[in-house]
Design a protein around this ligand. Structure first.
Ligand SMILES: Cc1ncc(C[n+]2csc(CCOP(=O)(O)OP(=O)(O)O)c2C)c(N)n1
Ligand SMILES: [Mg+2]
Length: 199
């Protein structure tokens, strides 16, 4: 709304999960955005899970874009693990928004590799999640797919790929070691920057 009032070319981009869409405020926002012709892109990361529940236990359909249709918001539904497809769809939608056509929605279908809370895969907590599903989705890892496609089309050589991976591994290891060897903060640091120091 600020961008509209100030007549800038800015747009808003809101990222929402398939679980967050179950909050009423999301539907109010779709309606308001449409009626105000607001320059906003709603990006739905549909990874099929909210906490430990599969979408089939929570919604009558696994397609979130149906809510765009209900609010007359044009949308695209793409394979969220295909980086090039995501980029192309986003470009088209952002182009529409910038030319004043109002809100757009982009649904990215993907999967959550790790658990709701930490690095475990959540296979062991009695939810509707099978190892088969997980392995199938891991075979569609977006980074591996992009890398393969770039090598096949000549944008990247095998040597460049392994040099890049080595550089990234080094960076990650350095960050990890720095974090692990850092002293623990004092307990009162938890209040710092949270509450006003005022009277
Ligand atoms: C208003 C509110 N209700 C419930 C929760 C508890 N909660 C935290 S994450 C989550 C699931 C979110 O699912 P989704 O939007 O699909 O995101 P994902 O975990 O897949 O990234 C829930 C219900 C919360 N944080 N806020
Ligand atoms: Mg989710």
């Amino acid at each position: 709304m600020a961008a509209k009032l100030q007549k800038t070319r800015d747009i808003g981009v809101a990222y929402i999960g398939d679980g967050a869409v179950e909050e009423g405020v999301v539907h109010e926002s779709f309606n308001l955005a449409k009626i105000q012709n607001a320059p906003i892109l709603f990006v739905i990361e549909n990874n099929l899970f909210a906490s430990h529940m599969h979408i089939s236990s929570r919604q009558p359909s696994d397609m979130i874009s149906r809510f765009a249709e209900a609010n007359d918001i044009p949308f695209e539904l793409v394979d969220g693990n295909d980086v090039v497809a995501v980029n192309q769809a986003a470009k088209r939608l952002v182009g529409d928004i910038r030319s004043g056509k109002g809100p757009r929605l982009l649904e990215l279908v993907t999967y959550r590799f790790y658990g709701h809370v930490d690095w475990r895969d959540d296979i062991d907590v009695g939810i509707e999640r099978s190892l088969d599903d997980l392995e199938n989705w891991k075979a569609r890892d977006p980074i591996v797919r992009l890398s393969k496609a770039m090598i096949e089309s000549g944008y990247l050589s095998k040597d460049q790929e392994s040099a890049l991976n080595q550089r990234l591994d080094k960076k990650i290891n350095e960050a990890w070691n720095r974090a692990i060897s850092d002293p623990y903060p004092s307990p009162d640091a938890t209040l710092k920057y949270v509450y006003s120091e005022g009277k």
